[in-house]
Design a protein around this ligand. Structure first.
Ligand SMILES: Cc1ncc(COP(=O)(O)O)c(C=O)c1O
Length: 386
């Protein structure tokens, strides 16, 4: 038999999937390990998809997506980006996941290096490996509040590095990069002539300070920005995202998109258009709900003596369970916890070596699930008391 391509075998499996599938198989287990919005998709979004089906608008669209959706995205982002955002800069993708793949396909080849945050969203490394490139982790450390240190990022650059990947608000950390740090990191990329791939999929969910797009500091067309409708508009199954590319990439895009998906599902694109141009109450409701869940979760963790990282954005809370793992393997501990206590949290090590001893709690779960699930975490005070 022919060999399966080695680089396909080299893609690491997702540790989040593993714990979540285990939890789904355990009756009564509370699943706090997955970032799936628990809120309904807004009715006007569902109507737009139904209307597209009813008028049989089910054919291929242009590679970049339907013009009104691209224009709406451009109008939304243009005031926030330093360089103009026009229809040709906006490419509709099959979720944030395909925007990531497309962004990396445009910027790296076999053997190139991609600076990825550690802890970071696992597909940053998975998609990099699938392209036969090398993930070069830059550690986010507890002593820096898990924010990137531009000097450490710079030190991680090698002659193979092509891309600096940023993610704010962060999955899994819930950190939101302050303006000065975003500016410094784009500046590092400029000095070393790197692309910046900025994953801003959680831009709609910031709680303490407004979101800062990396493209605000892009003076020479090196920043590519990822967005998705999945979380903002509770549309994970519609699979609509966006990649915003600099002008000089635009001519290549139809061919690249043609070689991967041709175009995105047509009724889903109309749903995304309605999501962006229609009433935004559902987005504001989601933002308030996740913020309340953050405050609820941190209060419960405080009662249990479990330290957590302040979450300025996103839909996750990062908590330190090293008292319970005793320096051991947090992934094995989390599986044992799911089996014995009936709560699944995502082990920090699933997001990189720097996540050892920590877990990610999803704030998209219902308040009841958060109360029940978090009360099943071993209290730090009880451990300290022996
Ligand atoms: C940081 C980040 N980027 C991209 C994605 C992918 O988004 P989508 O579900 O739209 O493919 C996710 C999904 O969890 C994410 O957390």
């Amino acid at each position: 038999m022919p060999e399966i391509a080695p680089h396909a075998r080299a893609v690491p499996a997702s540790g989040i999937r593993r714990i979540t599938e285990l939890a789904w198989s355990l009756p009564g287990a509370v699943v706090l390990s997955v970032g799936e919005p628990d809120l309904p998709t807004a009715p006007h979004v569902l109507d737009a998809a139904r209307e597209a089906l009813a008028r049989d608008d089910t054919r291929y669209t242009p590679n970049g997506g339907i013009a009104p959706l691209r224009d709406a995205v451009a109008a939304w982002l243009d005031p926030e980006h330093a360089l103009p955002v026009r229809r040709d800069n906006v490419w509709v993708t099959a979720g944030g996941a395909q925007a990531l793949h497309l962004g990396l396909s445009l910027t790296v080849g076999a053997g190139d290096g991609v600076l990825v945050p550690d802890p970071g969203y696992p597909p940053f490394t998975m998609a990099t490996r699938l392209l036969q490139a090398e993930a070069q982790p830059y550690a986010l450390r507890p002593e820096d509040g898990f924010l990137p240190d531009p000097a450490a990022v710079e030190a991680a650059i090698t002659d193979r590095t092509r891309v600096l990947l940023l993610n704010s608000p962060s999955n899994p950390l819930g950190t939101s990069l302050p303006e000065h740090l975003v500016a410094e990191l784009v500046d590092v990329a400029r000095r070393h002539d790197l692309w910046v791939l900025s994953d801003e999929c959680y831009a709609a969910f910031t709680y303490d300070a407004p979101h800062v797009p990396a493209a605000r500091f892009d003076t020479d067309g090196r920043v590519l920005t990822l967005h998705t409708f999945s979380k903002t508009h509770a549309m994970t199954g519609f699979r609509v995202g966006v990649l915003v590319v600099p002008d000089r990439m635009a001519p290549l895009m139809p061919t690249l998109q043609e070689s991967i998906v041709s175009c995105v599902n047509t009724p889903a694109q109309y749903a995304a258009l309605a999501a962006l141009t229609g009433p935004q109450d559902a987005v504001e409701h989601a933002r308030r709900t996740y913020r309340e869940h953050r405050d609820l979760a941190t209060a419960i963790l405080d009662e249990r003596g479990i330290p957590w990282l302040p979450a300025g954005g996103g839909i996750y809370l990062w908590a330190d369970v090293s008292h319970a793992t005793g320096g051991g393997d947090v992934a094995a501990w989390a599986e044992e916890l799911a089996r014995t206590a009936g709560v699944a949290v995502a082990p920090g090590s699933a997001f990189g070596a720097a996540g050892e001893g920590w877990v990610r709690i999803s704030l998209t779960a219902s308040a009841d699930d958060l109360r029940t699930g978090l009360s099943r975490l071993p209290a730090r005070t009880a451990v300290a008391a022996g």
